[in-house]
Each structure stands twice: as structure tokens, then as C-alpha cells.
Design a binder for this molecule. Structure first.
Ligand code: TYM
Length: 332
């Protein structure tokens, strides 16, 4: 049986990349699969989070799921720290994963930066906790943006080593689900950098709660080059900013990049940007408004998270029990 698991960190500034690369796909998958979607608060604290803001940001992730169309009756929505299986399995995986594997993780290198000695141990072990998130449910498929591919390869390595070491078939080898025309949305200010929550410039990203004025201002300022829109997708290869805007348009309109080029080839970005703005406002307006409405009703959001955590525990608890027995712990 197929089961989907994915998560988003509650670190604020949820943006277009999170939506197009991940959350939108979460909504689509729930039609065909059993889906479990998490606000990964334990991952968030691998870098400093203000406690009050963190509480708000956990609710914001849940609100983004709901506002985007994740159905809390069908799918499970919960906060990671409310299900102890994640922490328990992560420790066991810390003893399975090899230092050499973690040393290769590019995201750790990027996030830790030059001052690696000062990074938290949690940031280093981040991918091991991520493997635990997925495998505590024996999930088989994981929808994510392209930047998470390496972490999912590590999840497979951990599953495989656990199964080999203990001579079992406890864990499935997960498949990443990376699909759509915007699996790696780039910064609006710099086409060589990924759009991210932590970029100091607000102009680098469109957030899910941006209104029409903000969306319009940010897209107007978005970097492009002086050339018109080309005819062929190959001609976007050396034009990262142009390629990014065309990709965003394609994803929002549910078209391919080739379709967008067929419609706009020869146009200048000065005429393409207003069309993109209109499309983004049309798609994000209702999501942002619904998120704001939900954020004003934390009682409802908390009840969704509580119900989700209870349902998540029903799936994860027997898996943890099985793993503990396999490892040789005394299970009472
Ligand atoms: P986070 O919060 O950094 O990102 C959440 C999701 O958004 C995708 N994403 C993007 N997609 C396209 N373009 C971008 N610029 C962009 N930026 C982010 C990410 O790929 C991700 O799918 N480590 C995960 C959280 C996590 C997780 C898990 C995911 C923890 N445990 C288990 C899957 C399964 C992360 O990157 O969160």
C-alpha cells in the first residue's frame, strides 16, 4: 500500500516555492493516497526560534495546508513534536546513519555556513530526524521540492542499512515525488539562489499571505534581462531569471513552459509581468485570505492538529514498538 508523508518547517515566511514545490502537490495527492502532513517544529529549532513566534508559525503551516485545500478529514495534519515516535526513531536512526553520510549533506553545509563549529548538533542530525518522520509511518512516497532530494536518498540509505543490519524488511525504500513546472523556484532578486524563507530581502520571495499590492510590487522589481521572451525552452537555459518567471507562470496556470512561450514569445517582460501578477493574485488571493481567517481562529487550527496527532500516533506507535523489539529493547 502507498502512503504519503511530507512536512514543512514552521519558520515563517511561507512562500511561492513552498507552495508550488510542495503544498500544492500535497493537495493533489490526497485524492489517490492516504496522506500525512506535518508541521516539523523539531526541525525548526535546529536553528534558533523565538518560542512565541514558533507557536504562531506552527499554526501558520497548518493554516497554509488547510487554506490550500488539504482536507483534515481525509488527510492527517499535525505537529511533529506532538507525536513522540519522531524523536524516538530519530535516536535509533542516529545510531544507524554514518558520519560520512551526513558529512555529504549539502543543505547542512549551506545552513551552517563558514562557522560550522557553532552550528547545533540538531542541524547536523536534521536528515536523520527527517528519515524518522517518514519511516515512523512506513511512508512510501514523499512529495517535496528538488532541494530535498539528497535528504530522501539518505532516508533510503538509512532504511536499507537498518533492514540489512537487523535482517528484516521493516522499512520501505521511499520514492521522492518531485513534480510540476516549479520544483525549484528561484529568488526574485537573484536567479542563482533558491527562493527561501530566510533570505533577508522580502523582495526575494512572494509569501502566501502577500496581498495584490505586495505581489505587484515584488514582481515589478523582480530581476530580468533585457531580452524578450524566447520561442524555445532551450533558449531559457542561460537566462535564470527569465526561466524562473516563466516557470512560475506555467506552474500557476497549470501549463508547461513550452505553452507559456508559445503564448508570450517576443513579448517584453514589462508586458509579461502584469499578466503574471494578475495570475498570482488570482491564485494566492483566496489562499492568503483563508490563511488569515484561520490564523484568527487558533482554537479551530489547534483542534485540527490535536485530532491529527491522535490519528498519527495510531499509525506510528505500532511501528515504534516493532522497531524497539527488532533492536533488542525490552518492550513492556
Ligand atoms: P522546508 O520548510 O524548508 O520546505 C518545505 C517544502 O518546500 C519545498 N521548497 C521549495 N520548492 C521549490 N522551490 C523552492 N524555492 C523551495 N523552497 C522550499 C521543500 O523542498 C519542501 O518540500 N526538510 C523539509 C521538511 C521536512 C520533511 C520531512 C519533508 C522535515 N521532515 C519529511 C518531507 C518529509 C524542508 O525542506 O522543509
Amino acid at each position: 500500500m502507498s502512503r504519503i508523508f511530507s512536512g514543512v518547517q514552521p519558520t515563517g515566511n511561507l512562500h511561492l516555492g513552498n507552495y508550488l514545490g510542495a503544498i500544492r502537490n500535497f493537495v493533489r495527492l490526497q485524492e489517490d493516497y492516504e496522506c500525512i502532513y506535518c508541521a516539523v517544529d523539531m526541525h525548526a529549532i535546529t536553528v534558533w526560534q523565538d518560542p512565541e513566534e514558533l507557536r504562531g508559525n506552527i499554526r501558520e503551516v497548518a493554516a497554509a495546508y488547510l487554506a490550500s485545500g488539504v482536507d483534515p478529514k481525509k488527510s492527517i495534519i499535525f505537529a511533529q513534536s506532538n507525536v513522540s515516535a519522531h524523536a524516538e526513531l530519530a535516536w535509533i536512526f542516529n545510531c544507524v546513519a554514518r558520519l560520512g553520510w551526513l558529512n555529504r549533506m549539502t543543505q547542512f553545509k549551506e545552513k551552517a555556513g563558514k562557522n560550522r563549529e557553532n552550528a547545533s548538533l540538531g542541524l547536523y542530525a536534521y536528515p536523520s530526524l527527517m528519515a524518522a518522520d517518514i519511516l515512523a509511518y512506513k511512508a512510501t512516497h514523499v512529495p517535496v521540492g528538488e532541494d530535498q532530494k539528497q535528504h530522501l536518498e539518505l532516508t533510503r540509505d538509512i532504511a536499507q542499512k537498518f533492514n540489512n543490519d537487523y535482517g528484516t524488511e521493516t522499512f520501505p525504500l521511499v520514492e521522492p515525488l518531485i513534480f510540476g513546472e516549479a520544483t525549484r523556484v528561484m529568488s526574485l532578486r537573484d536567479g542563482s539562489k533558491k527562493m527561501s524563507k530566510s533570505d533577508p530581502s522580502d523582495y526575494s520571495r512572494i509569501t502566501l499571505t502577500d496581498g495584490p499590492d505586495e505581489i505587484s510590487k515584488k514582481l515589478k522589481k523582480a530581476r530580468t534581462d533585457a531580452e524578450p521572451i524566447p520561442e524555445k525552452v532551450e533558449d531559457l537555459a542561460e537566462r535564470p531569471e527569465a526561466s524562473n518567471l516563466v516557470g512560475i507562470y506555467a506552474a500557476l496556470a497549470d501549463m508547461t513552459k513550452a505553452d507559456v512561450l508559445a503564448e508570450y514569445a517576443g513579448s517584453q517582460f514589462s508586458s509579461f509581468k502584469p499578466a503574471l501578477t494578475e495570475l498570482a493574485v488570482e491564485k494566492f488571493g483566496p489562499i492568503g485570505a483563508e490563511m488569515k481567517r484561520l490564523m484568527a481562529d487558533p482554537g479551530y487550527v489547534d483542534s485540527v492538529l490535536k485530532d491529527g496527532a491522535e490519528r498519527a500516533r495510531v499509525i506510528a506507535d505500532p511501528v515504534i514498538r516493532e522497531v524497539k523489539e527488532t533492536v533488542g529493547f525490552l518492550v513492556s
